[in-house]
Design a protein around this ligand. Structure first.
Ligand code: PLP
Length: 470
């Protein structure tokens, strides 16, 4: 047996064990940082070691330090699992080890990427002639889309930004709501807009921005503007009202970008599509495959309504690049040069699910979120902060002793989360929402089922009881 095969067989055997023991593996990492360091922090290897031994060491020593976010009882941050075909495709990507920069380096990857891009646009109901890029994640999708926006707005103002840079360019304002994701800010920093370019529109009670506030923010100053709207914020899954907000922004000449890291997939839903009605009127959209589509990391997607601006912002020329004839070269659309064939797992996920399977996945995870959030909210000492409309919810745990304060409730909330996570049957993360601690419920995994929901509600009830005894 070849050494490569020996190493791979170890992974396959481990994978079969790990994935089949879904029901009982602890969700949080089983190992501590100290233990991981003592096993992994070895002196720089001076001599070679067989690949099967290297692999076995990783499985045995690093494995216990991995969070079981691929399983069905992980509700932290916004993280998807991985569909079987997407996982297999991801392994193929490494096996093929293609450089998917240009068609010449991988015709197979180039064609898959073309098709995957077309499927995504069709599924999301976005313009068929929009351009796209498969990026490392939504953060780099923002960067790609906002670079296209920067090109377009400054070209309109007579400024060739790719040549002249930003130092003396006409200023561009970035108008967005207070619930924007921090990745938007980093994109603005990377692109040279700077955080001072932000004009924050206050959030309404429902987590969105209002028509009047957007209109007055745009009218307050002259000059080019980018408006960034949310399709699903992290706390309550709020959706800006695209039908009315996008026309207001367009009328002011702004470029409209949508952060739809997970929420854009609601376009594929049967029951909740109204939340993303008219989102196709925007100029660019950033989303992820590695969240709700259940594709392994790292898989983001940028889609731009104006291919010429997108290409102008991203294209490169070098004497040794042979342009693809009649085939799209990814390097013209992405921020990277060499890159893995990262569209392949998205292609595989979309084939495995089909449009109907994706609709089922989206609506089922929303329904289960509702059941889980209302089930936890009905427990003594728990408060459901918002009736969830998608797959994101917030609950809080109050300290019910006489005279207990809201600060005690903050501490109780953190304590309950800690106890649930330590118990190993589920994993949640905390947030501060409108000044108070809350437990986030974020359910993106294709595997989560009713039995998981019942089991998790029971563990939360136990944790509440235990926190109350302490
Ligand atoms: C996760 C997330 C991002 C960042 O996406 P990455 O894929 O981690 O780069 C941006 N916006 C929202 C709303 C998100 O949930």
């Amino acid at each position: 047996m070849s050494r490569t095969l020996e190493a791979l067989e170890k992974v396959l055997a481990y994978g079969a064990r790990r994935l089949s023991s879904t029901a009982d593996s602890p969700v949080a990492a089983a190992s501590s940082i100290e233990k991981l360091r003592s096993a992994l922090d070895l002196p720089l290897p001076a001599d070679p070691l067989g690949p099967e031994l290297v692999t076995q060491h990783l499985i045995d020593e690093a494995g216990p330090g991995m969070v079981f976010s691929a399983g069905g009882r992980f509700f932290g941050w916004v993280m998807g699992g991985t569909l079987p075909a997407a996982l297999a495709a991801d392994w193929l990507v490494s096996l093929w080890d293609q450089n998917a920069a240009i068609t010449a380096t991988s015709p197979g990857a180039a064609v898959i990427e073309e098709v995957a891009g077309r499927w995504v646009k069709e599924l999301l109901g976005l313009a068929a002639d929009a351009s796209f890029a498969f990026t490392t994640g939504c953060q780099m999708s923002h960067t790609t889309c906002l670079a296209a926006a920067r090109h377009s707005l400054l070209a309109d103002a007579g400024w060739a930004v790719e040549r002249r840079g930003l130092f003396s360019a006409p200023p561009i304002r970035i108008v967005t709501g207070s619930q924007k994701h921090a990745s938007v800010e980093r994109s603005l920093r990377l692109l040279g807009f700077g955080l001072d370019a932000l004009r924050i529109v206050p959030e309404e009670d429902d987590g969105t921005i209002s028509e009047e506030d957007l209109r007055s923010a745009l009218a307050r100053e002259e000059g080019p503007a980018i408006v960034i709207l949310n399709a699903g914020d992290l706390n309550i899954g709020a959706f800006d009202r695209f039908s009315s907000l996008i026309p207001i922004a367009k009328q002011a000449g702004a470029w409209v970008h949508v952060d739809g890291a997970f929420g854009l997939w609601l376009r594929a839903s049967r029951e909740r599509r109204h939340l993303v009605e008219d989102i196709d009127l925007a100029d660019s959209w950033a989303t992820d495959s590695h969240k709700w589509l259940n594709v392994p990391y790292d898989s983001g997607i940028a889609i731009v309504r104006h291919p010429a601006a997108h290409r102008a912002a991203m294209t490169v020329q070098a004497s040794y690049i042979a342009p693809g004839e009649g085939v799209r070269d990814a390097i013209d659309w992405t921020p990277e040069w060499s890159r893995r064939a990262r569209a392949v797992p998205t292609y595989a996920a979309l084939r495995e699910l089909g449009a109907s399977g994706l609709a089922d996945l989206i609506d089922r995870t929303c329904d289960l979120t509702h059941r889980l959030a209302t089930g936890i909210g009905a427990l003594d000492g728990a408060v459901l902060l918002r009736d969830p409309q998608i797959n994101q919810a917030l609950v809080r745990f109050e300290d019910e002793r006489a005279g207990a304060s809201a600060d005690d409730g903050d501490r109780r909330t953190d304590r309950v989360i800690e106890l649930v996570n330590a118990g190993g049957s589920a994993f949640f993360t905390a947030t501060t929402w409108r000044g108070r601690r809350a437990m986030r419920i974020s359910l993106c995994n294709w595997q989560t089922n009713e039995a998981d929901v019942r089991r998790v509600i029971r563990s939360v009830a136990q944790a509440i009881a235990e926190a109350g005894r302490a």
